[in-house]
Design a protein around this ligand. Sequence first.
Ligand code: NAD
Ligand code: UDP
Length: 332
Amino acid sequence: MSQGLVGARAVVTGGAGFVGSWLCERLLSEGAEVVCVDSLLTGHRDNVAHLRERAGFHLVVADVCDCVPVTSPVDLVFHLASPASPLHYLRLPLETLRVGSVGTTNALELAAEHGARFLLASTSEVYGDPARHPQPEDYWGNVNPIGPRSVYDEAKRFSEATTAAYRRHRGVDTVIARIFNTYGPRMAVADGRVVPTFVQQALDGEPLTVAGDGRQSRSLCYVEDTVEGLLRLALSGLQGPVNIGNDDETTMLELAHTVLTLTGSSSQIRFIELPEDDPRLRRPDLTVARERLGWSPMTPNDVGLKRTVEWVTQQLSSGTRRRPATSAPPAR
Ligand code: NAD
Ligand code: UDP
């Protein structure tokens, strides 16, 4: 599977983020040279600090809405740059729309210029609050186009449309990955997503903040499984979209209890208001990924969650609780 990456030059936009940093690491291990382009808007240098001394790794701090400042050769473009946590994109609505539109166009232009294959990191959010369950790739979704989450959902839908248009009209070799909720080490403890939030609360003895009645579901995928799926997609001839995620569905109340058990915490559960337009259900139909990529998620969630508990424990003991992004980029 890895032969196609030896000596390849890959650009990873958003490579200093959570998923991007794992992708950069894996690409390097497979023998590729990696140019990580990141504005550090929601990511952090620490996520790739361990890669800085590795041969073939380059970090370029830049906003892909200006341009993607990379010279040839480029064989693969992985476009991950975008706020991804609801906490971030609700605070950064215009930045999120802009990176989904202008940033995606710039990343596609880079691929067009160099004849590179292009992978778009899209999302299960394109399905919105789904009327079909589980969600297959041919489901067009149910998104409120003017609700607070639309800045992310519609930006990603626009990204998909732009990617499809560059394939049709500019002949760019593209593939769209629809990633479902992914978790694991290197998620910022304070990034607001449910797994690091529950784990931090459990470890600190704070109440776990379950939104609504906690019956809404998500299907959580461990990050190394997601990255394996992205690599297989990049090396396939598929154009997608292809769902990448885990179909082990859980309610948020069940997840809270799982985290309490794994951490041995005696924290209480506190029910908080359900965010507007919060999807009620989410589970990928993985038929395409299984049949066309031979890919399935391999990491059971108790294993992935234990690794995440270890990560959050380390972060808390070293005093690292990165603050949520504001509209201004963090100090570099
Ligand atoms: P993240 O916030 O940790 O990483 C995103 C990265 O993009 C950050 O390093 C950020 O600084 C960078 N970035 C944002 N705007 C930029 C810009 N204009 N120019 C350059 N860099 C910019 O989020 P993540 O969870 O790692 O998500 C990565 C990608 O995967 C996103 O595109 C997200 O939509 C997609 N995705 C993630 C999940 C998930 O559960 N983690 C699910 C579906 C899709
Ligand atoms: N959630 C929760 N408590 C929190 C944070 C999130 O119950 O402290 C819920 C949220 O309302 C959603 C689910 O967990 O139903 C997943 O939220 P997350 O932000 O991780 O990702 P989303 O799938 O909404 O993008």
